[in-house]
Design a protein around this ligand. Structure first.
Ligand code: ARG
Length: 590
């Protein structure tokens, strides 16, 4: 569907033309004086010089042409030359009625769908998920859903940290604790056991232990590095053991991401590109891009227009070892070969901004990507505690993600069961659904690049700009619709009965609904989930205002009642589709 603002601008442009002025002057914007009008056009002012006329004269000419407009109830010239506009109720009602039957409620899919790979999540195996991984998962999941909704072909890849030094540290420690394990017997040629020799909790205990010890004990560290080397050079037993580490970790990760309603199409990791590195490095050398500096292999990525120093991109360390950069570059190579994407999007902490600038420049310079391939880094801010410092547990440690989720679930359950008789099981389920909205909305409603404060009391509140407020609004609509059904009437049968608004609050609700396609487009164009939050908050407010002013179920005129029911159902559908793009859902009751 054409956007409402486009339709209005069309009408205004026709009027400029009919009055003898240039069409393009008829651009309409949302009013910045909502007390005076809904929309405005400043074209008369822009045209004054060109036509050597006072702006108010132009505005009057145009307004005269709009006297019988089917779009504008009011098109009034106001000093010094504004056109103040109010839409006809019939026009607004008609637009919203059309939304009901349009595909995706009027959101138009991309004409040329792009192939987009989104790299998000980025957990490290054998390490518990912590709050540092929360934002990448939440924002990445939403960006993926938004791009998909707009008709693009999107692939989410978790990019597991599964290959470097931590793997050697774990294996070396296992070797000390359980030297009898067959994996360490390099003369063994039989099959390896299918059951892993450890549980996820053992793994999670081993890694920090080994990491700490390696910092204090040189020999221990050297042994761990030797294990990493054996793994990476393909020693059978080490590979088999590593496969167990991955399998046990991934099972646990899947469980945790499921709780967050986050999922990935690809579970590739740093290890997936190991074999591509030597070839890639050769090409970089052959192309004359990579050279040795202080023993290390580097590619210069600075550009003349730089205002700050951009250091070279290091490809191999002086001992020949690959780095974080190397895997990211080889992953670009792999993605370009396998997925042939038009665009690559990465979600990490904004402290990696310079890092991605280097990697992107290096990928362009060494022709890993095509000149037209879009490379985007969405760098997000930190989730802080109430003290304004990065969020910690009460004891000052790093908060595990599952504990954070548990905390917010508990708080939500407390709020839901407070002073009420509720079925325990249902309350628990509802609390989980609402808590997820609190957590995700609390994060997504901020512009991603900004830091924000994790405030459990505010996030779980049923009032204000929060997830639970949005869900509460949806549930309120559902309960009115359910009562309509209980009274023996059929919601499905009246869905298309949307009528022209009969009062101001109904018109405002319709205008909010009508800006749905423009808001979703903007959220996609800027890869900005916070735009969806802002949209649904405005829509929920407009609905609640309308609801407080209108007696819906007791309305005697059945046609009018049916019209309102249809409007409510559309509001519910738009809200539910929107929250799905944010990665959460609404319960039936709460
Ligand atoms: N595993 C990394 C970490 O925990 C994040 C990976 C981010 N993605 C990427 N392509 N570099 O810090």
């Amino acid at each position: 569907m054409k956007k409402l603002l486009e339709l209005i601008s069309e009408e205004m442009k026709n009027a400029f033309e009919a009055a003898g002025y240039e069409r393009e002057l008829g651009k309409v914007t949302i009013s910045n004086r909502p007390d005076l009008c809904e929309y405005q056009c400043n074209g008369a002012m822009a045209g004054a010089k060109q036509y050597k006329k006072a702006p108010i004269m132009i505005a009057n000419d145009v307004a005269a042409k709009l006297a019988d407009s089917s779009v504008f109830e009011k098109a009034e010239a106001a000093a010094p030359g504004f056109l103040n506009l109010k839409l006809k109720n019939e026009f607004v009602g008609h637009y919203v009625k059309e939304m009901r039957v349009a595909k995706k409620y009027g959101v138009e899919e991309a004409e040329n769908p792009l192939k987009i790979v989104i790299d998000y999540g980025g957990p490290n195996v054998a390490k518990p998920l912590h709050v540092g991984h929360l934002r990448s998962a939440i924002i990445g999941e939403s960006v993926k859903r938004i791009a998909r909704f707009m008709g693009h072909n999107v692939i989410g890849d978790i990019h597991l940290g599964d290959w470097g030094q931590p793997m050697g540290l774990i294996m070396n420690e296992l070797k000390i604790r359980k030297p009898e394990l067959v994996y360490f017997d390099e003369s063994y040629t039989g099959d390896y056991p299918t059951e892993p020799p450890f549980t996820i909790s053992e793994l999670e205990e081993i890694y920090p232990f080994a990491s700490k010890r390696s910092k204090e004990d040189e020999e221990y560290k050297a042994n761990a590095m030797a294990c990493t080397f054996k793994l990476q050079s393909g020693v059978r037993g080490y590979r088999a053991l590593w496969n167990h580490i991955i399998a046990v970790s991934v099972t646990d990760l899947k469980k945790n991401y499921e709780k967050l309603n986050v999922d990935f199409d690809l579970w590739n990791g740093e290890s997936s590109v190991h074999d591509l590195i030597p070839g890639m490095v050769d090409e970089m050398k052959k192309g004359g891009y990579a050279y040795i500096s202080d023993g290390a292999l580097v590619v210069d990525v600075k550009e003349e227009t730089d205002t700050k120093e951009i250091p070279p991109c290091m490809i191999l360390k002086s001992d020949g070892a690959a780095l974080y950069n190397t895997t990211d570059l080889a992953t670009i190579l792999m993605r370009m070969e396998q997925e042939k994407p038009d665009e690559l999007v990465y979600l990490t902490d904004k402290r990696q901004e310079l890092y991605f600038e280097q990697v992107f420049r290096c990928a362009r310079k060494t022709k890993l990507v095509k000149p037209e391939t879009k490379l985007v880094h969405i760098g997000f801010g930190t989730m802080n505690g109430k003290d304004g410092k990065p969020f910690k547990t009460r004891e000052g440690g790093v908060m595990r993600l599952e504990n954070l989720i548990q905390e917010i679930n508990d708080e939500m359950l407390r709020k839901i069961t407070d002073n009420r008789e509720v079925d325990e099981n249902e309350a628990k389920q509802t609390a989980e659904i609402v808590a997820l909205s609190a957590l995700k909305y609390g994060d997504l409603s901020n512009q991603a690049s900004k830091d924000y404060i994790f405030d459990i009391d505010r996030f779980t509140s049923f009032e204000g700009d929060t997830g639970p407020y949005i869900l509460y609004t949806i549930v309120r609509i559902k309960s009115i619709l359910a009562k309509y059904t209980e009274n023996g009437q059929d919601v499905e049968a009246v869905l298309s009965k949307i009528k022209a608004p009969v009062n101001e609050s109904e018109k405002q609700l319709m205008l909010e609904l009508a800006s749905y396609n423009a808001s979703m487009q903007a959220a996609y164009d800027e890869l900005a989930p916070h735009k969806i939050c802002a949209y649904i908050y405005g829509l929920a407010n407009a609905f609640n205002h309308f609801y407080h002013e209108t007696k819906i179920l007791t309305e005697e005129d059945e046609e009018q009642k049916a019209g309102w029911i249809a409007l409510l159902a559309l509001t519910r559908d738009v809200l539910e589709t929107s929250i799905d793009l944010l990665g959460f859902s609404a319960p039936e009751r709460m």
